[in-house]
Design a protein around this ligand. Structure first.
Ligand code: DSN
Length: 442
């Protein structure tokens, strides 16, 4: 643990010196964001703290280089080093996730899904993904997204009783609609996904099995969730969530789809890859293969379970009754009479940052839904454990019982800050901006 001290003005002055000279406004915003991320309990389950090593690579020299194509088959010269970076990233991902082929060029999760679908589907083919209001993703067939307009989307839903995946319902829907692809992997589902059941159903109806592990890839790497990639046909992950890399994505697939996947990225969808990002993905993959990544992944889940228990003890209703992974979906409208957005705003004022979220079968709108989504990846990266989860659960209860009481929210904000500054945050050194830092005059 670190105890922040008042830094000398010299330290703050010498941090980001080129930006200080060129663009002090942006430098101020960066420094203030570092301070925000250091002083708050960050519970958005798709966010994390990238390490200094990942950030150094992301901000590195490869941002200067164009490299359309793939290693040993590029359109421009000067690829002696880009090829080595991309090969390292792909080989590390293949080894970690046990799959035949990896493409590390997608710019983020949505284009990765778009390219993976394009590789194996034709427009008009039928796809089945979990409905967005039940915890699926926009790109899994939502009507307003390319995935719901380019393809015939037949979404599956959660079981109305258990709020969990019901494989009898999914199988019946698949037999009725005979999809070309079934998509599994979610943004707001708090339970372990049984990939083998999806594989079986896909085989029964002749569908491709596509796994989107974006949220849980760090858990998979750390052995805290089963790995779909040895049995899925295609799959994707973003690289900045539990994997703790830069913002980016990868497609992971069987060898038979390798060429189609590569062509779907370039020339199908993108031009030059972001090799600086790919170098940082390689760093994140190296970090995710170290023994401490196992400890991290297990602790993320232990923390989520501990926080869930504490929230249950305060009378909150959790979707599915609890969690097996990194996230908790908490219903606050029926059980506590608060709309999700009002809850997330009050928590933010108190230094606890989460997001309003729909719950399955939600009667409220997506802009002010009935729940909030909470995750433990970021706070676990800071070394917080079960004792801090108890405190957090108590604070959340107090905030949500007093959402209009600014004095209470302010007091809790101070308590949250005191706790947060006693835990290190990867990639953030409070000495760089500590108490003497004030933004430049406008
Ligand atoms: N926006 C991401 C999330 O928060 O889950 C998914 O793309």
């Amino acid at each position: 643990m670190i105890t922040p001290t008042i830094s000398s003005p010299k330290i703050a002055m010498t941090y980001l010196p080129a930006l200080k000279e060129t663009d002090p406004e942006i430098r101020d915003l960066i420094l203030l964001e570092e301070k925000r991320e250091f002083e708050k309990m960050r519970l958005i389950p798709s966010e994390n703290y990238a390490s200094d090593a990942v950030k150094e690579a992301t901000g590195g020299i490869f941002t200067n280089k164009y490299s359309e194509g793939y290693p040993n088959k590029r359109y421009y010269e000067g690829q002696q080093l880009t090829d080595q970076v991309e090969i390292l990233a792909c080989e590390r991902a293949k080894k970690l996730f046990g799959c035949d082929h990896v493409n590390v060029q997608p710019l983020s999760g949505s284009p990765a899904n778009m390219a993976a679908y394009r590789a194996v589907l034709k427009p008009g083919d039928t796809i089945m993904g979990l409905s967005l209001p039940h915890g699926g993703h926009l790109t899994h067939g939502w009507k307003a997204n390319f995935s719901g307009s380019l393809y015939n989307s037949v979404p599956y839903e959660l079981d109305p009783e258990t709020e969990m995946l019901n494989f009898d319902m999914i199988r019946a829907l698949a037999k009725e609609h005979k999809p070309q692809m079934i998509i599994a992997g979610y943004t707001a589902y708090p339970r372990t996904i049984d990939w083998t059941k999806f594989r079986e159903i896909c085989d029964e109806v002749g569908a491709y099995f596509h796994a989107d592990t974006s949220h849980i890839t760090g858990l998979i790497a750390g052995g805290a969730h089963p790995n779909p990639f040895p049995i899925s046909d295609t799959g994707i992950t973003t690289t900045h969530k539990t994997l703790r890399g830069p913002r980016g994505a990868m497609i992971l697939c069987k060898q038979e789809h390798a060429e189609a996947v590569n062509k779907a990225i370039i020339p199908g969808l993108q031009g030059g890859p972001h090799i600086h990002t790919i170098s940082a993905i390689a760093v994140a993959l190296k970090q995710a293969s170290q023994p401490d990544a196992q400890v991290y992944a297990q602790q993320v889940v232990k923390n989520a379970k501990a926080l869930a228990e504490r929230l249950l003890s305060h009378g909150f209703r959790l979707v599915t009754g609890g969690t097996d992974n990194h996230l908790i979906l908490m219903e606050v409208f029926e059980s506590k009479g608060i709309l999700g957005r009002d809850a997330s705003r009050a928590l933010d004022k108190a230094g606890i940052v989460c997001n309003a979220n729909m719950v399955p079968f939600d009667k409220n709108s997506p802009f002010n839904p009935s729940g909030i989504r909470i995750g433990t990846p970021s706070i676990t990266s800071r070394g917080m454990k079960e004792a801090e989860m108890d405190k957090l659960g108590d604070w959340m209860n107090e905030v949500l019982s007093n959402i209009d009481n600014d004095a209470i929210l302010k007091r809790i904000e101070g308590e949250v800050r005191d706790l947060c500054v006693s835990f290190p945050a990867p990639g953030i050194d409070p000495e760089r901006w500590n108490c003497l830092y004030t933004p430049s005059p406008k």
